[in-house]
Design a protein around this ligand. Structure first.
Ligand code: FES
Length: 114
């Protein structure tokens, strides 16, 4: 039987490791989850892949969600973007995310993950 509750970890904008949890069908995407429960001033374009404020990097795990042309274009404009970068608004929330880890990338980035 599949679990009803899922958990992810993320490194916040201050470099602290945080845990987040969600249930099946609770959110559409990772940006909604983190913005609703944990972060402020995120998601300026409301999930259209235009603003880049929901920039994250995957540090553990894998998502099969494909990168759209809009997401690719927005990521290409971000200085801190690398091969692990994604826009959280473009990552669907599903069981695949369980136990994945992310780093929130912000303009005031004090994170310690390299
Ligand atoms: S909310 Fe704007 S790019 Fe994700």
């Amino acid at each position: 039987m599949k679990p009803n509750h899922y958990a992810i970890s993320y490194i916040d904008e201050f470099g602290d490791i945080q845990d987040a949890s969600f249930t099946h069908n609770e959110y559409h995407n990772l940006m909604e989850l983190l913005f609703d429960k944990y972060l402020q001033e995120w998601g300026d374009c409301k999930g259209r892949a235009w603003c880049g404020t929901c920039h994250i990097q995957i540090i553990a795990g894998h998502t099969s969600s494909k990168i759209s042309d809009d997401e690719k274009h927005t990521l290409s404009k971000l200085d801190s973007s690398n091969a692990n970068s994604r826009l959280a608004c473009q990552i669907p929330i599903n069981a695949e995310l369980h136990q994945m880890a992310f780093k929130v990338i912000s303009e005031n980035d004090y994170g310690s993950y390299k």
